[in-house]
Each structure stands twice: as C-alpha cells, then as structure tokens.
Design a binder for this molecule. Structure first.
Ligand code: BG6
Ligand code: MG
Length: 214
C-alpha cells in the first residue's frame, strides 16, 4: 500500500550539491587544504555542523567551537548567495511530472531535508506550496541517518511509516529512511549508494505505478 511520499531536497528535487561543494571548497582552500568531489560525497545529507567537522577532519585542522561557528556562518553566507539566483529551471528532470502525477492520484507528499535553507530554496524554485508538509533542518533535533526527519514528515501526513516511500541521493538519507521502516528509492548509482530498495538515476524513470508495486 502506498500512503505517502517523502522527498529529500538537495540532489533529489534540485541540484544544490554543486553550490554546497563550491562553498565548502572555498572554505577549505582558505584554511590551506584542498577538498575534492569525492570528499564532498561524505557531506551529502549531513547537517551543516557535522559537515564542517568532517571537512576539518579531512584537512586535519583543529578549531575551537567559537571558530567553528564563524566558519559555518561564512560557508552558509556564500551558499545563500549562490542559491539566491536559483529559479524553476534548476528543478531536476522528471520532478515536476512526478509531483503532478502524485497529486492526480491523491498521494500526499512531504519534504524531508536536513537543510535549514530548504524553505528559501523551495520558494526560489516555486515549489513551496506544492508540498503537503515540510520538515527541514530547522525542525529536527537529530540529523540523518537518524530517522526523525522522515518520521516527522509521515506524522504530518498521517501516514503509516511502512507505507511511505522515501527518495534520497545520500547514504545518510537512505539509512534514515530504512531506520524509519520505509521503502527507499536511491537517486543515483547502486555502486555509490548502499541499502536502498530500488534505484533510479533520474526522476524521469519514476512513476506512481512503480512505487505502488513495491
Ligand atoms: C543537506 C545537504 O540537504 O542539507 C547537505 O545534502 C547540507 O550537503 C545539509 O550540509 C544542511 O544544509 P544547510 O542549508 O542547513 O547548511
Ligand atoms: Mg540530498
């Protein structure tokens, strides 16, 4: 049975990973080390604070809590600037059609994102009102891979966890969805993402029938 769908934002609805990557790389360079795209894979789905900790670990740099606050704020400032010019054209292929199909079939859907910038991004790409509920980095206490973000989303939609489908492009997010007892579709390659129930590379491959048959 299919009761509700939960979408991650970054890398599923819109390709913001490149903006996050650029902002973290600049910060790393300022701190005197490099930060590769492979390193960036580890930050996907991970909260801002935790991302900074991983970055500093990669660069083997130690900072005080106060310095970390400043660094996280500096990164976010750059990121906010980068996303400020986003518009609907940056919505990933197949997303609009799939959301429309869910609406036509009366399947409610919510956002389940780790990002505190999620509401702003949704407004930029004009999808803020499309979602039946929004759970983001501002409303959760425990970051992915903790299931909290998806459990809250399902609760807001009044759906049973086992009848929810999660779309995720990050390892931490797939683990969060599975920990929530949900069916998880990995958006990306099965070689990189482990443990999802199904995989797609683009939302264009998805339709309601495919997740109803799950
Ligand atoms: C996730 C991204 O959606 O949000 C992570 O995949 C990011 O890369 C996290 O660190 C937190 O985002 P923000 O916007 O609150 O810094
Ligand atoms: Mg993501």
């Amino acid at each position: 049975k299919l009761e509700a769908v939960l979408f991650d934002l970054d890398g599923v609805i819109v390709d913001t990973a490149k903006h996050h990557y650029r902002a973290w790389k600049e910060l790393a360079n300022e701190l005197g080390f490099d930060f590769t795209e492979e390193d960036n894979e580890r930050l996907k789905g991970v909260s801002r604070v935790e991302s900074l900790n991983i970055l500093l670990e990669i660069g083997q740099v130690e900072k005080t809590e106060k310095e970390k606050e400043e660094l996280a704020a500096r990164k976010n400032q750059r990121y906010v600037e980068a996303i400020s010019t986003m518009d609907e054209s940056e919505i990933l292929p197949g997303v609009i059609d799939f959301l429309q199909e869910l609406k036509n079939e009366n399947v409610p859907f919510a956002l389940g994102s780790a990002s505190k910038n999620a509401p702003a991004i949704l407004k930029h790409i004009k999808l803020f009102d499309a979602f039946d509920a929004i759970v983001d980095g501002n409303s959760i206490a425990k970051a992915k891979p903790d299931p909290e973000v998806f459990l809250q989303g399902a609760d807001k939609l009044g759906a049973n966890y086992e009848n929810c489908v999660v779309f995720e492009d990050a390892q931490s997010g797939i683990e969060a969805g599975k920990a929530a007892g949900m069916y998880v579709v990995g958006v990306g390659s099965a070689d990189v993402l482990k443990g999802a129930d199904d995989y797609i590379t683009h939302m264009t491959e998805m339709n309601v029938e495919r997740i109803r048959r799950k």
